[in-house]
Write a protein that binds this ligand. Structure first.
Ligand SMILES: *Cc1c(COP(=O)(O)O)cnc(C)c1O
Length: 396
């Protein structure tokens, strides 16, 4: 099977919503993947911040094969232990009592947050410009990117989109009739945008004073990505609702909506659900992800590797880079020109999978198991990747 054969088959059999994929892959192991022609790549994107343990991690493979051969899908008329254990573990990691609803994706985790917000009886929702909260109609309504919403209007609302990172905007937009304020601790999809220090704390104080639910979308930032179980723990924030997906299943599809205090009791029997919610196989896989992060010390490791990459990139002082931002292993390399798509392509030719999150930001979200050698290989190649697109003279 060659690249072009599989790509042609894709083009005739698949809907074109994603556009033609960059590259057909056949195998993954650890931080590496291989294409149909045997080329090896260091995977610095991890299925978009999903494969926390890399590819084919033995603990994950063992957990899901054990569960699949013991008890697979059963529906919510019944319950199996991995589902309850995972809910308990997530609450323990949050450090306080609450309740969990499981779904199958990030968008669905936010849909549940949206429905919880409706059940407060308040009409209004506040989100932020540039936010990404998913593609289903409710999650899309929360997404602060007009081009993504425009073809699908009308969407549920009303939702106000305020500038991200702006505390004064929060103060005037969040009022006594605001049901929900939803925020990403770091805007991932929008190019790894980090808010100013104290922003989340202010959001917590403002929502507390108006009786508004604060939902933190930790779908991309959660489960060790930033060196904490939850990114908001760096600021010591306790939200009313926390949504998770991406890294939680380590590659299996799972979403989770955690709710605390009075928000935890709003979904009554019959108000929400999904056939696959709490599927034992994906829950067993997620437990293996959490166990492995703990056993292998991957929170500290993610922080350390993030520092290694950041200082390594900054040390280059490359004229094409204006800033490196993010936390832990969620990193945005901000470019001085809108050259991210070409740089993504050059990186791929040189054996690195990265993501052009926006025209001028390269996003890195590698597996949390990234090694020193992986990071250093990328740092060594980065100048030549960037120089291909550098307009001025090459740096000396
Ligand atoms: C990816 C992402 C989503 C959507 O998750 P899906 O699994 O693609 O539906 C929502 N919010 C954030 C912050 C994300 O990064």
């Amino acid at each position: 099977m060659t690249h072009s054969t599989l790509t042609r088959r894709w083009q005739s059999a698949m809907m074109d919503n994603f556009g033609t994929p960059r590259l057909p892959l056949v195998r993954g192991q650890g931080t590496r993947v291989w294409d149909t022609e045997g080329n090896e790549y260091i995977d610095l994107l991890a299925g978009i911040a999903v494969n926390a343990l890399g590819h084919a991690h033995p603990a994950l493979v063992r957990a899901l094969t054990d569960q699949a051969t013991t008890l697979g899908h059963i529906s919510n008329f019944f319950v199996a232990e991995p589902t309850v254990t995972l809910a308990e573990r997530l609450l323990t990691l949050s450090g306080r009592p609450g309740r969990v609803y499981f779904s199958n994706s990030g968008a669905e985790a936010n849909e549940a947050a949206f429905k919880i917000a409706r059940l407060t009886g308040r009409p209004r929702i506040v989100s932020t410009q540039g936010a990404f909260h998913g593609r289903t109609m409710g999650a899309l309504a929360l997404t602060g990117q007009p081009p993504k919403r425009a073809p699908f209007l009308p969407l549920p609302g009303p939702v106000d989109y305020i500038p991200y990172g702006d505390t004064e905007a929060l103060r005037s937009a969040v009022t006594d009739d605001t049901a929900l304020l939803i925020l990403e601790p770091i805007q991932g999809e929008n190019g790894v945008v980090v808010p100013p220090p104290g922003y989340l704390t202010a959001a917590r104080e403002i929502t507390k004073s108006t009786g508004t639910l604060l939902a933190l979308d930790e779908i991309q930032t959660g489960i060790g990505r930033t060196g904490h179980w939850f990114a908001a723990q760096a600021e010591g924030i306790e939200a009313d609702v926390v949504t998770l997906a991406k890294g939680l299943g380590g590659g299996l599809p799972i979403g989770a909506t955690l709710a605390f205090d009075k928000a935890a009791d709003l979904l009554a029997p019959g108000t929400h659900g999904s056939t696959f919610s709490g599927n034992p196989i994906v829950c067993a896989a997620a437990l293996a992800v959490l166990d492995t992060i703990e056993n292998e010390g991957l929170l500290a490791h993610a922080k350390r590797m993030g520092e290694r990459l950041r200082t390594g990139i900054e040390f280059l002082s490359h004229p094409s880079i204006s800033e490196v931002r993010g936390a832990g292993l969620l990193m945005g390399i901000v470019l001085t020109t809108p050259s991210a798509p070409q740089i993504q392509q050059t990186a791929q030719c040189k054996g690195f999978l990265v993501n052009a999150a926006t025209p001028n930001v390269i996003r890195l979200a590698p597996p949390l198991i990234l090694s020193n050698e992986d990071a250093d290989q990328f740092l060594t190649s980065l100048p030549s990747i960037l120089n291909t697109h550098h307009d001025g003279p090459p740096p000396t």
